[in-house]
Design a protein around this ligand. Structure first.
Ligand SMILES: *Cc1c(COP(=O)(O)O)cnc(C)c1O
Length: 413
């Protein structure tokens, strides 16, 4: 595996994490390029022999170096803003391999995307169809469109990351989708080329995905039969990863295989938009113990990473495994790991059994490569963490730690 102990030191590929901490400081996000490549190819290989496109969901981790690794391997991209398209292009990705998703694209973002030549738009409402058509007309181009269907399938995940239920803001209701398609198809500057969905995130079972794919395929075939030039079916992202030992998740290969079975005979191009399952396990957040404290009989370690660096525990009560960077033989203790931010909700891990911690000890918060840095903020005027990419036996700072000057850039008094 890409993270393992050697001589009691946690290593990523050929590099010791303690070495990264001493050269780059903490908190620092560390990503394994090798693991990102491996996950991307797991998707690409699972589709081999049928027409497909694997479009990495940029929002999971949008660092330029991460995007560049994927672009070099031939990945496409799934974006949800003009800023993400800008990043993809800077990283060497192709607009023609990029799909534009999201419920609130602005006219300016749409114009930029059309001018750059994105593959297609996943469109989420009547109102957006109108704007897309108008802007396409103004640029003198035709925009390829898939409508994002809300298949009303329960993905069985956290309510904040479930998107495919009727009452969510996402997609267009299955009961009116055919009228919406007829409306889109009647627009002069649009070409309706696909159907799309994305029902949620961190799904640990492929059954809901398969159910969504079945509904989506039936729709695609009806639309095609009615004469629309449907050539692709976009199944979204959402495959879960194992944050803790008790969780079990299908492998990328198996998840794709179960969806592939449904789609393959149709001859349509299968598209997927995985984010988390490509980058989550490639990353750790390196942090250092600042202080130990006992309050009301409870042990706390105050660490230098906080909710502004990794908000998933505070926001979703998410579990991240935390392990020592250097193993030792200290007796274990039960401890809450909390950050310096002035909020009781600022914790990274609760009730963990770890070797007795002392100030200066280094810890690795695991499975932090997705929705980690990307959701970071400057709350409490904390500069955002550095980001490091490891590739084989070398590593590189791919985003500098933010300075105090960075914090006030653009402000005036
Ligand atoms: C967030 C998102 C994804 C990626 O989801 P993961 O759970 O990270 O795989 C894919 N498609 C769309 C439209 C999204 O909003």
């Amino acid at each position: 595996m890409n993270y393992e102990y050697r001589n009691r030191r946690l290593c990523v590929e050929g590099v010791e994490l303690s070495e990264i901490a001493s050269q780059c400081g903490t908190p620092t996000y560390v990503y394994s390029a090798g693991m990102i490549r491996e996950r991307y190819h797991a998707y690409a290989n699972a589709f081999s022999g049928m027409p497909s496109r694997v479009c990495y969901a940029v929002k999971a981790n949008s660092n330029l170096a991460v995007l560049a690794v994927l672009a070099k391997e031939g990945a496409g991209f799934d974006i949800v803003s003009g800023g993400e398209l800008f990043r993809v292009l800077r990283a060497g990705g192709k607009a023609s391999n990029t799909v534009f998703s999201g419920v609130g694209k602005t006219a300016d973002e749409i114009r930029y995307a059309i001018e750059q030549g994105v593959h297609s738009f996943n469109c989420e409402s009547y109102a957006e169809i109108e704007v897309l058509n108008r802007v396409a007309g103004e640029t003198g181009k035709t925009a390829s469109v898939a409508l994002r269907v809300n298949p009303d399938v329960n993905p069985v995940t956290h309510e904040y990351i479930s998107t495919g239920l009727k009452e969510n803001k996402f997609g267009i209701d299955m009961s009116v989708i055919e009228q919406a398609y007829a409306h889109a198809a009647s627009q002069q500057h649009l070409k309706v080329t696909g159907v799309s969905c994305h029902i949620g995130s961190q799904m640990l079972d492929s059954a809901p995905m398969v159910e969504a794919v079945e509904r989506l395929l039936a729709l695609a075939l009806r639309l095609k039969a009615s004469g629309l030039p449907i050539d692709h079916i976009d199944l979204g992202g959402g495959l879960g990863v194992k944050y803790q030992a008790t969780e079990d998740t299908p492998s990328i290969h198996d998840a794709v295989a179960s969806m592939r079975k449904v789609v393959e005979a149709s001859g349509l191009i299968a598209m997927v938009e995985p984010g988390r399952s490509i980058v989550a396990e490639s990353g750790v957040l390196l942090t250092k113990v600042l202080y130990r404290k006992n309050n009301g009989g409870k042990e706390f370690a105050i660490i230098d990473a906080a909710m502004n660096d990794l908000i998933r525990p505070s926001l979703y009560k998410a579990f991240h495994d935390v392990v020592p960077v250097i193993e030792n033989d200290q007796p274990t203790m039960e401890v809450d790991l909390v950050g310096p931010v002035c909020e009781s909700g600022d914790w990274i891990a609760k009730k963990r059994t770890l070797p007795t911690l002392e100030s200066g000890d280094l810890l690795a918060v695991k499975t932090a490569g997705a929705y980690g840095f990307g959701m970071a903020s400057n709350y409490n005027s904390r500069g955002r963490a550095a980001e490091v990419l490891v590739d084989g036996s070398t590593f590189k700072v791919v985003r500098e730690r933010e300075s105090w000057e960075d914090l006030i850039r653009g402000e005036s008094a």
